[in-house]
Design a protein around this ligand. Structure first.
Ligand SMILES: [Cu+2]
Length: 143
């Protein structure tokens, strides 16, 4: 046997220390008839929060994966955490025809918890039923 368990433990420690920090939060605001920013690139496990800063709007996934609900002029806030890589287009149902659309590009394969060395939490993050069901329903595969 060439390898003892000690080098493997050291390798795991170094791997854990060099992975990026935890999940990040991102904000998208309605701004007139646009989402700002309209295009966002985030890491798996990150959360996006949309804020209605004024006007009659909602946020609605192109595939039905998420929605803030019916359009409203209330100062609503809606958050969604993305557990799988891919492109997630969305729109304001009222103003999509006027170009009020956006996209969240989710990159990376590591989810919440992996950076802490907790493989179980990481695996759990890959099993968000709503997303997996959506992938199956729409054929929106992993890229
Ligand atoms: Cu709108």
């Amino acid at each position: 046997m060439i390898f003892s368990t000690k080098p493997l433990a050291v390798f795991a420690l170094v791997l854990g220390l060099t992975l990026p920090a935890g999940a990040a939060e991102h904000t998208v605001n309605t701004n007139g008839l646009v989402f700002d920013p309209a295009d966002l690139t985030i890491n798996v496990g990150d959360t996006v929060t949309w804020n209605n800063t004024g006007g009659f709007h909602n946020v609605s996934s192109n595939t039905g994966l998420f929605t803030s609900g019916d359009p409203s002029s209330d100062p609503w806030t809606f958050s969604f955490t993305f557990h799988l890589a891919g492109d997630y287009g969305y729109q304001c149902d009222v103003h999509a025809g006027q170009g009020m659309v956006g996209n969240v590009s989710v990159v990376g394969i590591f989810g919440d918890g992996f950076e802490s060395g907790n493989l179980n939490a990481w695996a759990e993050s890959l099993h968000d039923d709503s997303e997996l069901d959506q992938r199956a329903a729409t054929g929106n595969g992993l890229r």
